[in-house]
Design a protein around this ligand. Structure first.
Ligand code: SAM
Length: 173
């Protein structure tokens, strides 16, 4: 079980990135995402996409990040905060893989220091600055036991037929 916690995004500026964090989380196997910001349009568009492309991914708008982290930990979950300043991912993968209930936290602008303190791991996807979308994708891929690129999404209305040229999508197969 993996859930993503997206810390407060800046209205307008981070809208697309937050949407992409959510879609990447879904595509790479997270069960849901919590948004510590209030932007119902993101929740709407992600929910609509999930209805068409299947699976049981959930999105919750406007959560309180500290409450969610503390609740998760009190239920036995562990927290991995992604930050370029952390332990490099390859060194953390073996211990993260032992965890059955994992929250992955990503920031937008400056992340409060308390997040670093509450996290069980502060993990860098390489110690260079890049993007929360890339950080989520690489982390989910590296910690996965099964191949995330081959996962099936239940009750999908749309299916891509892979091909080496062109685009083919089947509706309600
Ligand atoms: N300047 C902010 C700070 O120092 O906290 C971070 C801004 S960065 C664009 C937004 C988020 O992307 C970070 O909070 C982190 O979650 C993620 N991120 C960016 N580069 C990363 C890296 N190399 N490893 C892990 N996460 C990274």
């Amino acid at each position: 079980r993996i859930v993503i916690l997206r810390l407060g995004h800046r209205p307008e500026r981070d809208k697309r990135i937050t949407t992409h964090v959510a879609l990447t989380a879904r595509a790479f196997g997270a069960e849901g995402i919590l948004l510590a910001s209030n932007d119902p349009s993101i929740t709407r568009s992600v929910t609509q996409l999930c209805q068409r492309w299947g699976g049981e991914f959930y999105i919750r708008n406007d959560v309180k990040w500290k409450t969610e982290i503390k609740k998760w930990k009190s239920e036995g979950g562990k927290v991995c905060h992604l930050s370029m300043y952390g332990i490099n991912l390859p060194d953390a993968v073996p211990s993260i893989r032992e965890c059955e209930k994992l929250m992955i936290v990503v920031g937008a602008e400056k992340v409060p220091f308390e997040v670093y303190e509450l996290a069980d791991w502060n993990v860098a996807v390489g110690n260079q600055p890049h993007s929360e979308v890339a950080a989520v994708a690489v982390t989910l891929d590296r910690i996965a036991e099964d191949e995330p690129l081959e996962s099936e999404f239940k009750d999908a209305q749309l299916h891509v037929v892979p091909m080496d040229r062109g685009k083919k999508v089947i509706e309600n197969p």
